[in-house]
Every structure is written in structure tokens, then in C-alpha cells.
Design a protein around this ligand. Structure first.
Ligand SMILES: Cc1cc2nc3c(=O)[nH]c(=O)nc-3n(C[C@H](O)[C@H](O)[C@H](O)COP(=O)(O)OP(=O)(O)OC[C@H]3O[C@@H](n4cnc5c(N)ncnc54)[C@H](O)[C@@H]3O)c2cc1C
Length: 504
């Protein structure tokens, strides 16, 4: 392929879905140039709007949006209603009243709660507007078709045009062309069912019971007047094999509901499966994967978007440091090391839900047991931890129990919340004791790390905390900090200080 573009972008991203756009914003925040190539000419789709475009966000995602100052824009039209129902596992609800949040030692009250709902269309439009305002170039109607790597970059063919980037990230969804073109291995488990999301007109709606129903032949969820999600255990055979017609979905609905319900019109329909696969590596040379391009699973658990946005937050600052040339050894590889296990857990979580949904006696027996357990405080708390993502902790190799967790939203003495200090995407050293040795250290690292000396309303027993750009704790101590130890932790994530700052 010819390599004729005069100025290659630092990073080319395939896919302007939520993950590609979030990653683009993170990279620009860290000062690298970004081009996004999107296959679809038009970003709008009825499937991104309510009811099918509804997505549940969990704590790490909401915290990321809050820390970058986007939460109000995204949350404004549709904050989740706080009813008794707090979330679900395979449709079995756990309740707020049963959750013992006092077990979460490192969570403090924050504008970023633990769960909320958004519309995909609104999330994407907020992210696209932010990316554009930051200087990201988004080109639509250009699907990546082929790529070729060299030692210093990647040449990309998209929509018949050639582009060049120093790095390429495939955020191009579950059927990722980047993943295939760069020969990533993608392994996992085969589908057991075809799932349908349909908007229909029903002649005799009383034949369907509202809410979620498990039946001897599958599962359906019905919301009046005509929104239905249903699952038929056909081994995933129908998905994308034929056009979705009214006659077909009526036949499936009749089988799954065990009724002779009649559909008079099919307004909107899409199918999905529970195929669960994950790339065995997230990086091949100068090509990386994030979001659905790196992992797919059943949407029933409602976690894929959260997983992908977590990838973007984790990858952005690490790839930016690599592009700038100031990344410490192993920083970029820690993206896979940290995010692959999180993805694997989510895939297993979705497989466990499929096992419970199977139309067989043993699954109904399992369902009955889970229903009993989920109503107990210990189990409700466990399910909330998993579904809301509050148990997420990267294994950063020991140290304080806060290390590897999302930083608590400390309220500083002046009333400012910590999350408000993370808008610029830099690291942050929070020194509750205002010690001169830490200040002197921070002065030498001011190229990468902001320094904040303040007491807090509740310090959680801490003395100092070093926060990574993605909002996760790199280092923390309950006792008077040793500047040498602080310097080592900083060097691990931020590299050695520039000579100019070293002298300061
Ligand atoms: C019915 C349903 C309900 C769901 N509910 C939830 C939920 O409640 N919570 C949750 O966390 N997740 C949920 N998910 C999953 C979530 O929607 C996905 O995980 C998320 O959209 C993945 O984002 P992405 O940016 O990785 O991929 P996508 O959203 O698929 O975006 C990929 C983008 O890449 C573009 N593209 C494709 N090929 C190319 C190419 N060759 N070149 C350039 N661009 C390309 C596409 O046009 C698209 O814009 C649900 C999914 C479904 C189907």
C-alpha cells in the first residue's frame, strides 16, 4: 500500500462508537494527535435511541465521566430512578435495602453514584462533541478495510483512501476488521441462543405477561405497549442468517411465550447472541484493541459498554505516554495485564447468567436458589459489587489495600471534591499532611503530576495518595510518607522526571 500522507497522526482509531470516542478524548487530553475513522456515514440509528439504546452504566464508568467533567451532560436527561430494585443477575433483582455498603471501606459519597442509565445516542453525541472540540478529527463513511504495519507505524486502507498512523487502535466493535486484519486470536464459547430486541404492534397484548418470564422454551421480557426482548435457544442459528420478518418474530414469540399471540406490525428489530469470546492479546506490534473489538458476550448482563469504556480509560494515558516517548518500561503492556482479567471475569459473569436462563429443569432449580440467596444482605452486597463494578481492583503488586482501586472521592478542606481535580487527565499526588519533602518531590514531577496539599473531611485513615491519570490509586500510605518510596511509585507509572524538572 502506498504511504503518501505527509503528516501521520500519532494514533488512528477505527470506530467512532463510545469506546473509540472515549479513547480519542483521553489521547487528546494527553496531547497526542488522533484521527478516528468510522464506517457508518451517519452516526444516528434508531437502535441507539430508547428503548433499545438504553445502557446501564456502572461505578467505574460513571466515575470516569465525572472525573472528566462530562457527567452532567450525559446524566441530565435520564438519571436512573432509585427504586428498590438496584440491579439484576439474569433478571433476578437485588434490592437497595439489602445492600450493606458499609463493607466498601474505600467508597465515599460522590456525585458519581454506583449505577445509572443513559441513551447510547446521547452518550455518543456528548463524546463526539467533546472529541471534536479537543481537536480530534472524525471522518465518517470510511470503514477500515486493510492495514499493514512497519517499524514506525501502520498504513490503513479505509473507504478506498490510505491513512498513516504511528499506532492504530481497533475500536470497531464485535466484528472488528482490525482484529481480523492484524490476525489477533479470538477465542471463547459458542452461542446457545439467538436474542431478539423488537418493537411491535400486538393485536392481543393481554396474551403476554409483562416483565421477564422464563418459560419451558426460552425467555421473554415484555414492556407495554410493544417492546419485547426474547431469547430462543437455537444455538445462535438465526442470528444474521436471514432477514428479520414479522412472520419470523411472531413464530419465535409464540414458541417462547407458549401463546398464540399475533403481531400486526414489526417496527424495529435486531438480533444478538451469547457468543462469548476474547482476544488472547490486546496488542500486536503497533495495533491495539479495545471495547467490543477485544471481547464480546451476551448483552443481557449489561456490562459490555462499561468494560469497553474501562479499556479506553486504561489505555489512553498509557498509549499517549508511549507516543510521547516518556512511558516507563512495561507501561503499555500493563494495559493487557490489567484489562484482560477484567474482561475474562465479565465473560464468565455473562456465561453464568446464560446457564441460569436455559429452558431446563436444572436451570429453574438454580434460579430458585439464586432468588433465595440474592435476598440476603451478604449476597445482595456481593451482586451489587460485581454488577456495579465497585469490587474492581487491578493487581498492581501489593502495597496498601487501596492500591489498584478507584480513588475515593475525598472532599478536601475547601469543599472541592477530588474528582473535580482530575479533569486534566494528569496524575495527582494528594498529601493530607502538607509535608515539605513531598512538595519538593512533586515540584520535580510537575510535568506529569499535580500536587495537592489539603486535609479532607474523611481521609479514611490515609496520609498520602498517588493517583494515576485514569483515577486509579498507584500508591498510598497511612503513615508519614517516605519521599523515596513515593518517588519509586511515581517512576513506575510516570517514568523518570525530565532533566529540567529534576534540577528544580
Ligand atoms: C441490546 C443490547 C443491550 C446492551 N446493554 C448494555 C448495557 O446495559 N450496559 C453495557 O455496559 N453494555 C450494554 N450493551 C453492550 C454495549 O452496547 C457494547 O458493548 C458497546 O456498544 C461497545 O462499544 P464499542 O465502541 O466497543 O463498539 P460499538 O458500539 O459496536 O461501536 C463500534 C463502531 O465501529 C464502527 N465500525 C465497525 N466496523 C468498522 C470498520 N471496519 N472501520 C471503522 N469503523 C467501523 C461501527 O460503525 C461503530 O460505530 C448492550 C448491547 C446490546 C446489543
Amino acid at each position: 500500500m502506498p504511504n503518501h500522507l505527509p503528516v501521520p497522526h500519532d494514533v488512528v482509531i477505527a470506530g467512532a462508537g463510545p469506546v473509540g470516542l472515549m479513547l480519542a478524548c483521553e489521547l487528546r487530553l494527553a496531547g497526542v494527535s488522533v484521527l478516528v475513522l468510522e464506517q457508518a456515514a451517519d452516526p444516528h440509528s434508531p437502535l441507539k435511541r430508547l428503548p433499545f439504546g438504553m445502557r446501564g452504566l456502572s461505578a467505574p464508568t460513571i466515575e470516569a465521566l465525572y472525573r472528566r467533567g462530562m457527567l452532567d451532560d450525559i446524566a441530565a436527561p435520564q438519571r436512573a430512578q432509585d427504586g428498590r430494585a438496584a440491579g439484576h443477575f439474569a433478571g433476578i433483582q437485588f434490592c437497595h435495602d439489602d445492600i450493606d455498603a458499609s463493607k466498601w471501606r474505600f467508597r465515599l459519597p460522590s456525585p458519581a453514584g454506583t449505577s445509572m442509565a443513559v441513551e447510547m445516542a446521547s452518550l455518543e453525541s456528548v463524546l463526539a462533541a467533546r472529541a471534536t472540540a479537543m481537536g480530534v478529527e472524525i471522518r465518517r463513511g470510511l470503514g477500515v478495510q486493510a492495514l499493514e504495519q512497519s517499524d514506525d507505524g501502520v498504513t490503513i486502507r479505509a473507504g478506498g483512501v490510505t491513512f498513516h498512523g504511528r499506532w492504530l487502535v481497533g475500536c470497531d466493535g464485535g466484528r472488528s476488521m482490525v482484529r481480523k486484519a492484524a490476525s489477533f486470536e479470538f477465542t471463547g464459547t459458542a452461542p446457545e441462543f439467538t436474542g431478539y430486541s423488537i418493537a411491535v404492534e400486538i393485536a392481543d397484548p393481554d396474551k403476554l405477561a409483562p416483565g421477564r418470564r422464563y418459560t419451558p422454551t426460552g425467555m421473554y421480557t415484555y414492556a407495554r405497549p410493544g417492546t419485547i426482548a426474547m431469547v430462543e435457544f437455537d444455538g445462535g442459528a438465526f442470528h444474521r442468517s436471514q432477514p428479520i420478518t414479522r412472520e419470523h418474530v411472531q413464530a419465535v414469540l409464540r414458541r417462547v411465550s407458549g401463546t398464540d399471540v399475533t403481531l400486526t406490525a414489526l417496527e424495529l428489530a435486531t438480533t444478538w447472541t451469547d457468543r462469548a469470546c476474547q482476544a488472547t492479546q490486546y496488542r500486536s506490534g503497533r495495533v491495539l484493541l479495545a471495547g467490543d473489538a477485544a471481547h464480546i458476550h451476551s448483552p443481557l448482563g449489561g456490562q459490555g459498554l462499561n468494560l469497553g469504556l474501562g479499556d479506553a480509560m486504561n489505555l489512553g494515558w498509557k498509549l499517549a505516554a508511549t507516543v510521547r516517548g516518556d512511558a516507563p518500561a512495561g507501561l503499555l503492556d500493563s494495559y493487557f495485564g490489567e484489562r484482560h482479567p477484567v474482561g475474562a471475569q465479565v465473560l464468565d459473569w455473562s456465561r453464568a447468567q446464560v446457564a441460569l436462563m436455559r429452558p431446563c429443569r436444572s436451570s429453574r432449580a438454580l434460579e430458585a436458589i439464586i432468588r433465595d440467596l440474592i435476598a440476603t444482605p451478604d449476597c445482595a452486597t456481593y451482586f451489587a459489587e460485581r454488577v456495579w463494578g465497585v469490587s474492581l481492583r487491578y493487581d498492581l503488586g501489593g502495597g496498601h489495600p487501596l492500591v489498584g482501586r478507584s480513588v475515593p472521592d475525598f472532599e478536601l478542606a475547601c469543599g472541592t471534591k477530588l474528582g473535580e481535580l482530575l479533569h486534566d487527565g494528569r496524575g495527582l499526588l494528594l498529601d493530607f499532611g502538607a509535608r515539605s519533602a513531598l512538595r519538593a518531590f512533586a515540584d520535580r514531577r510537575r510535568d506529569r503530576i499535580s500536587y495537592v496539599a489539603s486535609d479532607a473531611r474523611d481521609r479514611l485513615g490515609l496520609s498520602a495518595v498517588l493517583v494515576r491519570p485514569d483515577g486509579f490509586v498507584a500508591w498510598a500510605t497511612d503513615i508519614a510518607p517516605d519521599p523515596e518510596e513515593t518517588a519509586q511509585a511515581a517512576a513506575r507509572w510516570f517514568g523518570e522526571p525530565d532533566a529540567a524538572y529534576q534540577k528544580a
